[in-house]
Design a protein around this ligand. Structure first.
Ligand SMILES: Nc1ccn([C@@H]2O[C@H](COP(=O)(O)OP(=O)(O)OP(=O)(O)O)[C@@H](O)[C@H]2O)c(=O)n1
Ligand SMILES: C[C@](O)(CO)[C@H](O)COP(=O)(O)O
Length: 247
């Protein structure tokens, strides 16, 4: 992203929902506050957003009782001076948390990224590709990767019972969606005011409005830290970066 783009008048903010417990990761602190190579996951995610020269504001949606701790973390870790930060407490669901972040966006922000704290290692080139696609006119943009596994649709059963297969979707048409997802601000606000059904990402809400959503290439390092093995992978990626370029 060039300095010219940054000066073009379209302010870009990143909202980072970080209020989840991390139940699938197992017992411990809220997921976003757990350490990766000694630094809280949230700080990695904040740095990933602030690495884009287009991003002038980062809104962190903190665990409901963790806003003071998050503010202290932002104060005590090195972050780019060109970026402003806001911290708000989150809600019971990801959707609610994102909405609480959107509520504090100031005027002058035209493009909004929504980025999981749980995807701490997304490269800046992916962030900038999402922003560029929004600047080019797409109201909603998601980074995504082709699948490597075959996917089955099943009739869900509980208790470990065998689940009947209903269908095998054509894999070539499927994509695994990541974040940051990028939006024209008005489109995203309208989606969050209109769609109340449970959804698992913000782009789905825009789809429900009938607005177009486009996919740009994601990155394998933008994976979501969900289960314990993902922590091992994340620390290995950080170690490789440090060995390769002193990151
Ligand atoms: N009430 C919630 C729930 C989730 N999130 C955030 O949404 C992102 C994606 O959610 P996920 O990976 O599912 O995180 P958790 O909800 O923490 O995980 P789990 O379902 O295992 O508890 C995370 O950055 C998480 O902090 C949030 O801000 N508010
Ligand atoms: C937003 C997301 O990361 C896109 O893949 C994903 O849908 C979040 O799902 P989660 O189950 O709330 O982690």
């Amino acid at each position: 992203m060039s300095d010219d783009s940054r000066r073009s008048g379209a302010g870009t903010a990143a909202v980072i929902p970080a209020a989840g417990r991390g139940v699938r990761l197992g017992p411990g602190a809220p997921k976003a506050l757990r350490a990766l190579n000694g630094t809280p996951m949230l700080i990695h995610a904040v740095r990933a957003m602030a690495a884009s020269r287009a991003v002038s504001l980062v809104v962190v949606v903190a665990p409901p009782d963790g806003a003071a701790e998050v503010k202290s973390l932002l104060d005590t870790h090195s972050l780019p001076e060109r970026t402003d930060f806001l911290v708000v407490p989150g809600g019971d669901t990801r959707q609610e948390s994102v909405k609480l972040g959107l509520d504090v966006l100031p005027p002058g922000i035209d493009i909004v990224l929504v980025h999981d704290a749980a995807r701490p290692l997304v490269p800046v080139d992916t962030v900038d590709a999402v922003i560029e696609a929004v600047r080019d006119g797409a109201p909603a943009v998601v980074p995504a990767l082709p699948l490597t596994d075959t996917v089955k649709e099943v009739e869900p059963r509980t208790g470990g019972l065998p689940e009947p297969v209903v269908a095998t979707p054509e894999r070539g048409r499927l994509r695994a969606v990541q974040t940051p997802q990028g939006f024209d601000r008005d489109t995203l606000l309208h989606a969050h005011e209109t769609v109340t059904d449970g959804v698992t990402d913000d782009a789905s809400m825009v789809e429900q409005l009938g607005e177009p959503v486009v996919v740009v290439p994601g990155h394998e390092e933008a994976f979501k830290v969900t289960r314990p093995l993902d922590l091992v992978l994340a620390e290995a990626v950080l170690a490789r970066r440090r060995a390769n370029d002193g990151f």
